[in-house]
Design a protein around this ligand. Structure first.
Ligand SMILES: Cc1cc2nc3c(=O)[nH]c(=O)nc-3n(C[C@H](O)[C@H](O)[C@H](O)COP(=O)(O)OP(=O)(O)OC[C@H]3O[C@@H](n4cnc5c(N)ncnc54)[C@H](O)[C@@H]3O)c2cc1C
Length: 224
């Protein structure tokens, strides 16, 4: 298996270098080929063997499957190496671009104030993956976003527009499986809201079951 990664380490800069390096070390130990600072620009047709990256690095044994309609029904014999494009999502926000140049960021996400109001439209809120915010796009963030939007909409309806609350960010959590029994875990919680604390407690309980509990701005490179 090969992983072609545009950055110089796995994951992204949200996560500490120690976690990213530890994950790479473990994957290398399992025989995974890591190709850093490289991009795959075009995907050969299904069935083609071999791949050349942007810089010309050859991965001759790449038996590439680009789109898998249902990964659970794909027979292992159909593809020795499976590559799934994982370059992140693109927001479908063109339809709000007409609200003005302040609405969308360079990458097409919706610019919001800490109150999750649109910058120039205080009566329009945005939440979820679509907002421009320095955090990982995760469903786990939705409850925190929604809590802010609901409180602020209710406050505005009650005539308390000067009492809006700010989104404070959420804890970041990632658990990466590596084979059947091995996991690398990271929980970053510089900013803990009440909701985050509830989630963190639940995670703590389950991690105790995994013989791992890491809190504060801490990460574990231990295999569990
Ligand atoms: C493979 C994968 C694994 C993930 N794993 C995790 C995980 O383990 N934990 C986690 O917390 N998060 C995970 N996520 C992220 C999570 O799925 C997203 O953060 C979450 O779905 C975002 O919710 P959302 O409602 O903001 O956007 P979405 O779920 O993307 O919903 C947006 C909806 O809007 C619809 N839509 C788009 N354009 C229009 C339009 N013009 N008009 C009407 N409707 C429109 C879309 O069809 C879609 O249904 C994962 C994501 C992926 C892709």
């Amino acid at each position: 298996m090969s992983i072609v990664q545009g950055d110089g380490q796995l994951l992204n800069s949200t996560y500490p270098s120690s976690l990213r390096q530890g994950l790479a070390t473990r994957l290398l130990a399992r025989g995974v080929n890591l190709v850093f600072n490289e991009y795959v620009d075009s995907f050969p047709e299904e069935g083609t063997v071999g791949l050349v990256t942007r810089k010309g690095t050859e991965i001759p044994d790449a038996d590439l499957v680009v789109r898998i309609p249902d990964p659970f029904t794909l027979h292992p014999a159909e593809s020795r190496i499976i590559q799934i494009s994982a370059r992140g999502s693109s927001p479908n926000t063109a339809f709000v671009a007409s609200l003005g140049s302040s609405t969308l960021s360079v990458s097409g996400f919706i610019n919001v104030k800490p109150t999750l109001q649109l910058v120039d439209y205080p009566r329009i809120f945005a939440a979820g993956d679509v907002i421009e915010w320095p955090e990982q796009k995760q469903a786990a963030k939705v409850a925190s976003h929604a809590g802010v939007v609901v409180r602020n909409v209710l406050n505005m309806l009650a005539g308390k527009s000067n009492a809006l609350v700010n989104y404070q960010g959420s804890a970041e959590l990632i658990i990466i499986t590596n084979g059947r029994v091995s996991r690398t875990c990271c929980l970053l919680c510089d900013v803990l809201t009440h909701a985050d604390r509830t989630v963190a407690c639940a995670i703590s309980r389950s991690w105790v079951g995994l013989r791992l509990a890491t809190f504060g701005r801490g990460c574990s490179n231990r295999e569990v």
